[in-house]
Design a binder for this molecule. Sequence first.
Ligand SMILES: Nc1ncnc2c1ncn2[C@@H]1O[C@H](COP(=O)(O)OP(=O)(O)OP(=O)(O)O)[C@@H](O)[C@H]1O
Ligand SMILES: [Mg+2]
Length: 273
Amino acid sequence: MGVLSVQNVGVVYPNGTQALKSISFEARPGELIAIIGRSGAGKSTLLRAINGMQPVTTGKIMLDDIEITALNKRDLAKLSKEIGFIWQEYNLVNRLSANMNVLTGRLGYNKNIFGYFGYFSKEQREIASRSLERVNMLHRAKFRADRLSGGEKQRVNIARAISQQPRLLLADEPVASLDPELSWTVLGDFARIAREEGVPTLINIHEVELAKAFTDRMIGIAKGVVVFDGSPTQLDEDAMDRIYRFDKDQTVSASLEAQHSAVGQTQFIAEGA
Ligand SMILES: Nc1ncnc2c1ncn2[C@@H]1O[C@H](COP(=O)(O)OP(=O)(O)OP(=O)(O)O)[C@@H](O)[C@H]1O
Ligand SMILES: [Mg+2]
């Protein structure tokens, strides 16, 4: 279990796009944080930077005493086994059973070549079963992944992530492919597990009401910086404006200007007539 510290992180892509300007926050064990922001705000970039997949341009990211942003490739590969990453796409191996998908997620821990042939230790099998049980999927353990519904796949995906006993959990729009009711259930499961495991968890999510119902803390990003960091109850209209409608005033004044000039023209025409 870890403490994540994101310090003044900026990311500029090689084509010059500044995805993040200066992002700072800390996440502690047991915290479940929703990251919200408009499309293109840099939410995915942020999670990839935390996972070490995206180099940062400025600032640094620490997980306990490890400086993620200073690791070499080999150490990053090691670290990625300690960070559970859940994507919108399920990334399961279709021809393998739910159980094998969870077990192979743990292969990094199995130095034994037999691991690749499906021989796993008793302990590993127990962890896999327990993880499937946590997401109410034990009854589907032997099902091939491609026979599972979207919600079931996402549950197996979550089971695989927690079976790694990660120090940190990251989820990029984990319920975006599910219908509203299933989103509610799966996010509820996910939140409960994250809390029970006590692992700091960050979830990128567009459904604000859903996030409010299940998270303790929300971080809003806009224009590359944190513009809100607080509890769901603190997320008022003012905060929503800063996160989602930061160009509202400009839009309003632009349209007022347009109206004025239209009015001016009308007057001019009227005067001229
Ligand atoms: N590989 C890349 N090269 C250049 N620009 C990129 C790259 N990846 C993302 N961007 C740009 O960086 C910005 C942030 O993208 P990012 O995907 O992090 O946003 P997001 O908040 O996750 O959006 P969404 O809600 O749509 O998933 C966007 O302007 C995007 O176009
Ligand atoms: Mg994204």
